[in-house]
Design a binder for this molecule. Structure first.
Ligand code: C2O
Length: 537
């Protein structure tokens, strides 16, 4: 535990090696990583390597009670995995309860030695990690919310590399400063590690060129503003001005919000400042300060246009191996709902119920033992069931007037896939408690985003417009507010793989499920055996 002060408020937080945000992990494509995590805090801990596929090494994936039991106080576990065929910006974070509010850091995978980026080598590379700061203890916030059935308290600030910046009380000294030279190209490795908010980001008077998302190169495009959801990463090139400008520039981020609930409506700012050859003559603080203009809070049209611009390179070197044929089609709904209040309690959710969230109306119940272990040992019965439905059990007008019955069911259900199944999954947002954009994250795979739209998905018409040529490949996609998204992936990674909304509050309410991908026939198509130090529940 470490005492950390932000917004003039000191609290004791869980950290890795005493650092907040946590240390940067840098490796190369093809490297094998061995990371020993020793738990010196009272909480149970797991760490997830967000975006790393963990081919056959699901034991190192990290979500608590899905692939492993937590590391208990005093115990250690070595995360042991090889980065196969991936390079780019990723991050690591705690994957239990709300501990990732302080336990997160960049995970940067460089290309193999002697392999260049498909663009000119930048002058410098800078991680830009967005987070959320809560003055209160986040574990207390979520446990109280789950007990009362209400919404959890929102954060007090957004942060860039752990720093709230000058727009918050007593935080001017806690400001991220990017000092640049004129006429250079900087690669900003942006990561949204915030708990509950999608963010717009912009730098005054500078445009950004998007180069890759979630570790996949894209056709470069220029933009003034980035939209980044929790769980997404975006690499941009920043070209600095040709001459020393007589100004300093703010960079700001604040939320994109489509839901009805309360949220932290504040703005984090950092400073872009030019190192001047005339530094001593013109002190920087005398220079005028320019501020960027961000889209309005609920600007879904920006979100739509921004995501439409994301295209894979689809070149021989970086092909888009989108599945032209699909063996299994799935249609899941995602959204909020309610569940009954426990007896003898007054719940603070809608109409005296508890808030809940679900996939296909099933709110995921976290098991007390890890699903991957249970599966491997042949002890799944009583822990989970292999009967996650292909389609939601009831059809209704998903994006029309809310249905009368807002109650969700619950269970620990898995969708089972034979090895190498080609999958198409439609995820449809519902309006049961208002529409909302949900950043859905899939563990163990990248997927291609072949389509998206608003209203109810039409299985006869919408597939005609799918992009099977250069769709973006990624691991976290925003299901549009009041709309749907279509993704495709090949189930070539045996194991149990979590899929959930990366808004932590929705995960806590149950917007999550898991896929079980069975072993293939060949020896190199099977899940590796568990490591000896795998924690026990
Ligand atoms: Cu970064 Cu399961 O998540």
């Amino acid at each position: 535990m470490q005492n950390v002060t932000r917004l003039c408020h000191t609290k004791s937080i869980v950290t890795v090696n005493g650092k907040f945000p946590g240390p940067r992990v840098v490796a190369r494509e093809g490297d094998r990583l061995l990371i020993k995590v020793t738990n010196h805090v009272p909480n149970n801990i797991t760490i997830h390597w967000h975006g790393i596929r963990q081919l056959r090494s699901g034991w190192a994936d990290g979500p608590a009670y899905i692939t492993q039991c937590p590391i208990q106080t005093g115990q250690s576990y070595v995360y042991n995995f090889t980065v196969v065929g991936q390079r780019g910006t990723f991050f690591w974070h705690a994957h239990i309860s709300w501990l990732r509010s302080t336990l997160y850091g960049p995970l940067i995978i460089l290309p193999k030695k002697n392999v260049a980026y498909p663009f000119k080598k930048p002058y410098k590379e800078i991680p830009v990690v967005f987070g959320e700061w809560f003055n209160a203890d986040t574990e207390a916030i979520i446990s109280q919310a789950l007990q009362t059935g209400g919404g959890p308290n929102v954060s007090d600030a957004y942060t860039i590399n752990g720093l709230p910046g000058p727009l918050y009380n007593c935080s001017a000294k806690d400001t991220f400063k990017l000092r640049v030279k004129p006429r250079k190209t900087y690669l900003l490795r942006m990561i949204n590690a915030a708990l509950n908010d999608e963010l717009f980001f912009s730098i005054a008077n500078h445009s950004l060129t998007v180069m890759d998302v979630d570790g996949i190169y894209v056709k470069p495009f220029e933009t003034n503003t980035i939209l980044i959801t929790p769980g997404q990463t975006t690499n941009v090139l920043l070209k600095t001005k040709p001459n020393f400008p007589s100004a300093t520039f703010l960079m700001t981020a604040r939320p994109y919000v489509t839901g009805q609930g309360t949220f932290d409506n504040s703005t984090v700012a950092g400073i872009l400042e030019y190192e001047s050859p005339f530094h001593s003559i013109t002190p920087l603080k005398k220079l005028p300060l320019y501020k960027p203009v961000l889209p309005p809070l609920n600007e879904t049209s920006f979100a739509t246009n921004f995501t439409k611009k994301l295209r894979s390179l689809a070149t021989p070197q970086f092909p888009a191996n989108v599945l032209q044929e699909v063996e299994k089609h799935f249609f899941f709904t995602v959204g909020l709902g309610t569940s009954p209040c426990d007896q003898n309690k007054t719940c603070q959710g809608p109409n005296g119920t508890k808030f809940a969230a679900s996939v296909s109306n099933i709110s995921f119940v976290q098991p007390t033992t890890a699903l991957l272990q249970a599966h491997f040992m042949g002890q799944s019965s009583g822990v989970c069931s292999p009967d996650f439905p292909f389609n939601p059990l009831h059809w209704f007008n998903y994006t029309g007037n809310p249905p009368n019955n807002t109650m969700v069911g619950n269970g620990t259900k898995l969708m089972v896939l034979p090895f190498n199944t080609s999958v198409e999954l439609i995820m449809q947002d519902t309006s049961i408690l208002g529409t909302e954009s949900h950043p859905l994250h899939l563990h163990g795979f990248n997927f291609f985003v072949v389509g998206q739209g608003f209203g109810n998905y039409d299985p006869n018409e919408d597939p005609k417009n799918f992009n099977l040529v250069d769709p973006i490949e990624r691991n976290t996609v925003g299901v549009p507010s009041g709309g749907w998204v279509a993704i495709r992936f090949l189930a070539d990674n045996p194991g149990v793989w979590f899929m959930h909304c990366h808004l932590e509050v929705h995960t806590s309410w149950g917007l999550k499920m898991a896929w079980l991908v069975l072993d293939g026939k060949l020896p190199n198509q099977k899940l590796l055996p568990p490591p000896a130090d795998l924690p026990k529940c």
